[in-house]
Design a protein around this ligand. Sequence first.
Ligand code: PEP
Ligand code: MG
Length: 826
Amino acid sequence: MVGIVIVSHSKQLALGVQELAMQMVQGTVALAIAAGIADPDHPLGTDPIQVQEAIASVFSDDGVLVLMDLGSALMSAEMALEFLPEAQRQKIHLCAAPLVEGAIAAVVAAAAGRNIHQVIAEAQGALIAKASQLGIDINANGHVTNPQPPANKEIRLTINNRFGLHARPAARFVGTSARFGAQIWVQNLTTGSSPVRGDSINQVATLGVRQGHEIAISATGNDADAALAALQALITNNFGEDDTIIPPPLVKNTVTPQSPSELSGIAASPGVAIAPIVHYQPSILTPTQYHVDDVETEWQRLQNAIQAAKQEIETLFSHASVQIGDAEAAIFDAHLLFLADPVLLEAVHHRISEEQINAETAWQLVVDEVASRYRTLEDAYLQERVDDVIDVGQRVLRLLTGTVGTVLDLQEPAILVATDLTPSDTVGLDPKKILGICTTSGSSTSHSAIIARTLGIPAVLGMDVQVLQVEDGTLMGLDGEIGRAWVEPEADILELLETKRQAWQTAQLSAKAKAQQPAITLDNRQVSVFANIGSIADVQAALSNGAEGVGLLRTEFLYLGRTSPPTEEEQLAVYQAIAQVLEQRPLIIRTLDVGGDKPLPYLRPQLIEANPFLGCRGIRFCLHHVELFKTQLRAILRASVGQNIKIMLPMIATVGEVKAAKAILSQVQSELCQADIPIAEAISLGIMIEVPAAVAMADQLAAEVDFFSIGTNDLSQYVMAGDRTNPQVTNLVDAMHPAVLRMVQQTVQAAHQAGIWVGLCGELAADPLATPILLGLGLDELSVNPPAIPTLKQSISQLSVVASEAIAIMALQQESVEQVKAIVSH
Ligand code: PEP
Ligand code: MG
């Protein structure tokens, strides 16, 4: 742990600072003072020998931070360094932070296990909170920031949603601001903050706006009125948040430990684990500063790294949305906004060009400043967002330095012990290998805790720091429900834990076993429950959650995170691997659905569309890029030998598109046959119904294909004429609207009249409230993200078709989403 030294002219002042600081961390940090001199008549002064002794008393390889009051205190500290051996001197850092605020920020960061550079950044950023309270906006270096142009329009509003402007609403605020040319500024009137830029995620999130706070939004520019109206609508709609969702009330376990081997923390994810521990120390990169002459090249290097980071995060996002569901995966959306934050980028650019320092150092300095801002916020939920800042910061740094991240390659199952885990670390964990998680920082609302709960890994966070001293391989028992862990538990405790673990595992297994059963209604109708997946890794998750097949393989993941499309061989390998794991269960491969909300810059470099959702996306794009389409079809057809693979076309609007796609498919089939390349004799072809025109023409389309799958995510936006990514119209674009449900009904009827089956693979299928309606409308198959399968199957088994049909008929007669929801909630 980092040690702290306070150097002051006055012993009383130093003792006071020490008392104040240590109170914050209950004495867990090594802090020494070197203050006053041994002259009873003139006690004020500083002594280099005392400083050297104080440093020695708290020295460790983690480093020492020295805070000084003024004048000769600095000289004494510098001289003290000269007395130390060279190897030690490197680890001592004299810090320019203010004494009182700096000391408090530094001990809190040291107690949380932060490294020396993070502790320095914390101390240096310690004045920010005070300054913002006084309406002075400064960055960690004391520079005044945010010169605001005069605004020509202003509105004042009260924030009503439960957690105020936390990460997601802040992201929506920024996303909305960014759509306008006007310059937007926002100010927290309740705390008296100074205005910050509305297009900066970090500035908006760190305004500390909570429920009930009044904010002022001002705008300058041609479309200022429109921008303010959009933001007003967003806020009036509570950012589209459902405030009935309250995070689980997880609290720090306050029971006094019974024995020295018993440790306590925050109960973050339920379940019991008994296993040897393994320490996980992701290497934290701390850049070395150097001078650069060519600042443009340096800036370009950073731009490239940011671009690569965006691609990595997009891939992570698509995996996470399958592994943990779309709502939780939205965490990574905030990471993308961070990388696009203009204020952050301007600050880094400024440092590179003005200070002529390397990109790594400039980036890290600015990231540390942003992290400090989050840490100084009063709101615990917002403070937790600092994990995300560090996570993205390290990702870019890794890419800049060409460093490979720490890989956790476990031979045996274990309990993971770490000071902290980033969301990226946690989402990559394999629940079969990681039986439990124990960290010394974090809280129940941290994204890592949320992910651990979704993955079903028992976790205790905010654990006593002694756990870091326990050796690798030591047996630990961990109870994530009560937030306790035992190191080498005694026989009686072990026995109790074992019993609890078995009961927990049995409950889990029975839930999973039930999910392996077919979903059959009370009156004996079976509905196929399939999974939506976006990678090879997701197939296992799908099967263990009870998927009976894959209803939607979003093949976009193959095209993400790279600079050219995947080859036929690459695609073939992936499709074959997925089909093999599925062991003859159906695998519906959707052909590339690029465009709209899924841009792929290398495929469409020059194409700028005013309305991408109404533009050249999905099948339209493939019919314009026949070679690319043929490559994918060849790979699918080759993978289909001996497997149960079906092809599905996205965004079909006309019969002509289906005919054109079929013509290309049969051309590819004959080319492969002529070349003696084996393919399945026949392959089912289906289409997604996600455009109103397709619903209207469903009877004719049904004559052309073998099945339909309704994509309500897109269908709702096209039926309601509301962009699915625009928060202002979130309430309008709801698949539970009777207008959308009537479209579903029409499609099902057309399909059944033509004798083909029809499924639904939009998010609506995963909404438990929608299950009786979808059952009543007669869908044959529902396809959802893997974690949603057990609940969906359970709901189906508790419903009857007869009762569901009555509910569906009523739902179709309602006027609004609210009325439909009221019917199914009762
Ligand atoms: C849909 O539109 O409902 C759908 C499942 O496809 P995507 O979300 O990939 O556009
Ligand atoms: Mg779609």
